[in-house]
Design a binder for this molecule. Structure first.
Ligand SMILES: O=C(O)c1[nH]c(=O)[nH]c(=O)c1Cl
Length: 309
């Protein structure tokens, strides 16, 4: 069962990790991920100050996934910096997600991460769809360019960004052109939830979640084809960057697809929310079984090797 791989030069025992926001808000969840069979882990996207987030119900399980409008509930930046200080980096790499409500907040958090000399890897979340009144930065290409210039100037180390899904080849081209101008952007995590979906309960004739009149980010089986497309689109367009795949993963086959499409690490969100950190045991076994059946000894032999017809 050799699922070892490398990401940004760091050795991983497994290419699997959690998606930010799932099972990573508070210490007991973070400790459970640290003890799990995931090869890496990421903290909940944080803001400068603690946030309660949106009113509940704000998460609902769907037939083929989930809808959420959490609203960035988190314990505040310092809480996760404190965790990053305690984390055992020999055990697995830690990614540190931030989603400041303003550019200034992001710059303040980045400066504190810089001063903390933490080995954690920064994942800049540019795609939260659920803060009322806040558009997703990564859908505003000028704002995307500005924030990458500002963070690159303020942060001395490589970092990554969490992108929303795009649905147009011209957008893949335009966003990749921006990203390729920032060499400090060393990885791209595709995708965040598909923003502002809506699901309906026909018995009560109501929406399922309270915030934003029921509009929320969609995850799970529904998003797998979009996630694979975004992984492969940026894998092809950004040869000097690594890709983290996220979206629609609940089996070893889905993990294999993301790796084939070019992902170096594969994140699990909705399925982790439903199954808990034990899911990493199952996914590792299922991935290893597929590799054995195909005669692959290492992930490198097939990673990014998706064939066209
Ligand atoms: O509502 C949220 O907290 C949330 N929910 C998502 O589906 N993606 C995000 O990036 C965030 Cl920050």
């Amino acid at each position: 069962l050799d699922l070892s791989t490398f990401f940004l030069g760091r050795p991983l025992t497994s290419p699997l990790m959690n998606a930010s926001g799932v099972w990573c808000n508070v210490n007991n969840q973070l400790n459970a991920l640290a003890e799990s069979k995931a090869g890496a882990m990421v903290t909940k996207s944080c803001t400068l100050l603690r946030r309660n987030g949106n009113p509940e119900p704000r998460y609902h399980t769907l037939a083929m996934g989930s809808i959420n409008s959490m609203g960035l509930p988190n314990e505040g930046h310092q809480y996760y910096l404190d965790y990053a200080e305690r984390h055992d980096y020999e055990n697995k790499p830690l990614f540190f997600s931030i989603a400041g409500l303003t550019l200034d907040d992001n710059l303040t958090m980045v400066a504190q991460i810089q001063d903390a000399y933490t080995p954690a890897i920064l994942e800049l979340n540019l795609s939260c769809p659920n803060v009322p009144g806040k558009a997703q930065i990564a859908y505003d290409f000028e704002a995307l360019d500005v924030i990458l210039a500002e963070i690159s100037a303020a942060y001395s180390r490589p970092f990554g960004i969490k992108l929303p899904p795009y649905f147009d080849i011209a957008h893949f081209d335009e966003v990749a052109e921006i990203l390729n101008r920032y060499e400090k952007v060393s990885f791209i995590t595709c995708i965040n939830s598909i923003g502002n979906g809506l699901m309906i309960d026909i018995n009560s004739e109501t929406v399922l979640i309270k915030p934003k009149e029921g509009f929320g980010g969609i995850g799970g089986d529904y998003v797998l084809p979009t996630a694979l497309a975004n992984v492969n689109a940026f894998y092809q367009r950004c040869p000097k960057k690594s890709i983290i795949g996220c979206g629609g993963v609940s089996t070893g086959e889905h993990v294999f697809m993301h790796l084939l499409a070019g992902a170096g690490i594969v994140q699990v969100g909705t399925a982790l929310y439903e199954e808990g950190p034990e899911i990493f045991v199952r996914l590792n076994i299922e991935l290893a079984k597929i590799m054995k059946e195909k005669g692959y000894k290492t992930i490198r032999e097939f990673q990014g090797k998706l064939k066209t017809i």
